[in-house]
Design a binder for this molecule. Sequence first.
Ligand code: SAM
Length: 248
Amino acid sequence: MPSKPQEDEAKRHSDNGILYVVATPIGNLKDITLRAIEVLKHVDAIASEDTRHTAVLLKAYDIPTRMVSYHEHNERERTAQLVEQLLAGKSIALVSDAGTPLISDPGFRLVREAAAHRIPIVSVPGACAAIAALSASGFPTDAFVFLGFPPKKNRERFLFLSSLASEEKTLVFYESPKRIERLLQEMIPVFGNRSAALCRELTKIHEEIIRGSISELLESIRERCLLKGELVLLVAGHSAESDPPRRT
Ligand code: SAM
């Protein structure tokens, strides 16, 4: 593979292989970078969250590289094996099912261990649902708080939302369609009826952004009976002027 300057630099200081953290599309298969394809073609192995899922991407781009599974249930033992291979000079690309690995996805343990062993780590950036949603949301993006998936248990969820009530930065959540109605409902007494945007199926055929107050989003979801697909929820940060009074 033709080396990039930072990879030359990484190699100069180490006989270890390189760990590439490679972003893949969040829906539209065309949302992959030329560099990601190049890296995936030339590494010794691809560590993938779901090898069947990644196989679709590899087939689309004629990438013959062998895969090994790396997911939340085998992270611990797989990390040790992958670090061993990296220390033996093999290069490995880490990918998740969609978007950027480690962003609400597995990989943290591997990257942390690789860093601890002074293995060069190279990010190959690309799609990320939170960033795609933010960039099209119309909410302030100069500062935001990425919160991933809210806790599922009632009490933890309430404490989690309460801790964010006076946060002034734009709030970014991932949530499943099964729980989105409940989340919006629970937000109103804590946040007030703030502006929000629900970004659904970004980059896919049924892509849409539903904008309005939290209660308008709720209404829109209830009218549809069933909301399907993948969701990013953005909520305006707290601001004394713009927040309508909270219901208690
Ligand atoms: N690593 C991914 C990233 O970079 O965005 C996120 C992985 S997380 C397990 C999956 C969640 O991301 C989904 O439940 C949804 O909240 C969000 N997501 C992923 N793809 C999306 C899309 N195309 N449209 C909207 N949200 C999406």
